[in-house]
Design a protein around this ligand. Sequence first.
Ligand SMILES: Cc1cc2nc3c(=O)[nH]c(=O)nc-3n(C[C@H](O)[C@H](O)[C@H](O)COP(=O)(O)OP(=O)(O)OC[C@H]3O[C@@H](n4cnc5c(N)ncnc54)[C@H](O)[C@@H]3O)c2cc1C
Ligand SMILES: *[C@@H]1O[C@H](CO)[C@@H](O)[C@H](O)[C@H]1NC(C)=O
Ligand SMILES: *[C@@H]1O[C@H](CO)[C@@H](O)[C@H](O)[C@H]1NC(C)=O
Ligand SMILES: *[C@@H]1O[C@H](CO)[C@@H](O)[C@H](O)[C@H]1NC(C)=O
Ligand SMILES: *[C@@H]1O[C@H](CO)[C@@H](O)[C@H](O)[C@H]1NC(C)=O
Ligand SMILES: *[C@@H]1O[C@H](CO)[C@@H](O)[C@H](O)[C@H]1NC(C)=O
Length: 565
Amino acid sequence: MGLFSSTKLLPIVVLFSLLFTSYATNSAENNFVHCLVNHSEPSHPISAAIFTQNSSSFSSVLQAYIRNLRFNTSTTRKPFLIVTPFHVSHVQASIVCAKKHNLLMKIRSGGHDYEGVSYVASQPFFILDMFNLRSIEIDMESETAWVEAGAMLGEVYYRIAEKSKTHGFPAGVCPTVGVGGHISGGGYGNLMRKYGTSVDNVVDAQIVDARGRLLNRRTMGEDLFWAVRGGGGGSFGVVLAYKIRLVRVPEKVTVFQVGVTLEQNATDIVYNWQHVAPTIDNDLFIRLILEVVNGTQTATKTVRATFIALFLGDSKSLVSLMNDKFPQLGLKQSDCIETTWLKSVLFWDNIDIATPVEILLERQPQSFKYLKRKSDYVKKPISKEGWEGIWNKMIELEKAIMYFNPYGGRMAEIPSTETAFPHRAGNLWKIQYQANWFEAGEEVAEYHINLVRELHKYMTPFVSQNPRQAFICYKDLELGINHHGFYGYFEGSAYGVQYFDDNFKRLVQIKTKVDPSNFFRTEQSIPLHSHVEFVRMVTEKSLVSVLFGFFALNWIRRTSSNMNY
Ligand SMILES: Cc1cc2nc3c(=O)[nH]c(=O)nc-3n(C[C@H](O)[C@H](O)[C@H](O)COP(=O)(O)OP(=O)(O)OC[C@H]3O[C@@H](n4cnc5c(N)ncnc54)[C@H](O)[C@@H]3O)c2cc1C
Ligand SMILES: *[C@@H]1O[C@H](CO)[C@@H](O)[C@H](O)[C@H]1NC(C)=O
Ligand SMILES: *[C@@H]1O[C@H](CO)[C@@H](O)[C@H](O)[C@H]1NC(C)=O
Ligand SMILES: *[C@@H]1O[C@H](CO)[C@@H](O)[C@H](O)[C@H]1NC(C)=O
Ligand SMILES: *[C@@H]1O[C@H](CO)[C@@H](O)[C@H](O)[C@H]1NC(C)=O
Ligand SMILES: *[C@@H]1O[C@H](CO)[C@@H](O)[C@H](O)[C@H]1NC(C)=O
């Protein structure tokens, strides 16, 4: 790439490509709309699903599912069009026409992507916005449900509870997260130690592939069905719906939230948590949140460790289990709340459990913020000295938060090759690094993003290595961005191996087979294999051709810059 960086040539290349792009975009856009209309079935006209930049509701449709205010600025590139399908033929037309006119399509379901990948791009693009496709059909006889991509987790939980007080589904704790992106990336929540991730409970799927074909598990085949269970959204097709297997929960569950600071022996308790949380009874999930708060002395800072739990049982059994296995926390009966599984969802989302459960149907979140996230996996316990160092670092940074989610239980029993989501046995817990802020501006953003980077860097000796693993649902573009050019495979390997470990290779093979033109692509989608083959050929088989290429390109560059004089 550096070969082309002649500063003299650059302005001309840029000007030319700008002219070309804007011309190409305008005409392609018009042709695209014609193509969409032409491809829609008269019984399901697509025109009502098309929003151009001229439509009066364009901005409100775009903003309706922006969940990170960093990407709600006037300088964020806007799509030239939004298609909001309410029929499968609209999805098919979008793919067929976008492919024909060589347009970049971003797919959005719930819009919770931490990096805005579902609605932001560095090139002209349009959004396929799935929010209209959100039906949920529950079949209690088979204990399964078909849930469409545009449904939110809160709606899924609510509809299940409407049918049964003793069923639930293992997925995320935030009710406004979309099914489409969440399940594509694996999806986990507080039932993970008992029942695994969301993809461990998916039995069928409906997708539209790069050729516009509507496929289910049988017609897509087991390879592709494997890939859409954890391989990340935006690489293999448009997920229309997943068929999920409901899981059993007791009528009464118990939750608690207990916080302790360093002044209250948090070090000891956290030290013990790391041994207990991943090994204790599968019915118990204890999340740990670490954040800096004011100390009791004026102008001092301390770290607070908050333990939030879901127990699939009553409070009496929970207290006795805790006294036996985790006495350091000193859990009392009065710390516990017995409630239904559905209401436990409110508790975990920081909503008062007296609130009517209909709040789970609200599509707008309770609050909006600017945010940055990163992730890590921990495979060995951290020493007390290690914790002391972490406390000092956190107090120095002040506004960086860590969420720890314990693994073990069912997660350690499922082979890492069972689904594309790879993080299984051997993991004690997953870390999510967080910074949240509420003011606009580049500087304040950079400041907070740096806090997360620094804490992530500080944690290096304590977390997984070679590769340092990360969770695709916790999208982090700092792991690498794919430009989908000559280096696509190498760029893709950088983040791919961290997100998918050994499963990355199989994902690349499947991708190459089902979408050889790389129609479905994002900043961090699964790359094609063909580039590897090409590069391998050049580098391994013939060094001479590489040298030849190098001199040839240099010669061309010089000749063309001479022509500028
Ligand atoms: C407040 C909050 C809480 C969260 N809590 C959890 C949690 O508890 N557990 C957890 O595992 N994760 C959690 N996440 C992360 C969340 O699972 C991911 O961000 C997930 O990708 C969101 O799905 P979505 O449909 O809302 O996102 P979107 O932004 O719409 O999509 C995410 C990605 O998937 C692609 N995609 C979306 N829809 C489709 C589709 N139909 N077909 C193909 N590709 C598609 C998009 O192009 C994008 O690349 C949370 C995120 C937020 C913001
Ligand atoms: C519309 O589709 C028909 C075939 O279905 C094709 O013959 C015609 O050229 C298309 N028109 C446009 C504008 O794409
Ligand atoms: C949008 O409006 C501009 C003028 O305001 C017009 O030139 C353009 O053709 C319109 N585009 C569409 C797609 O209607
Ligand atoms: C996003 O930006 C628009 C335009 O500035 C603003 O009206 C809207 O309130 C913003 N959205 C949120 C959730 O703050
Ligand atoms: C902290 O631990 C010490 C020794 O383990 C104990 O004596 C003390 O009471 C504990 N403090 C609190 C607040 O639990
Ligand atoms: C913490 O202390 C600072 C002053 O040192 C004060 O401004 C802030 O409001 C305090 N925060 C809380 C949550 O009490």
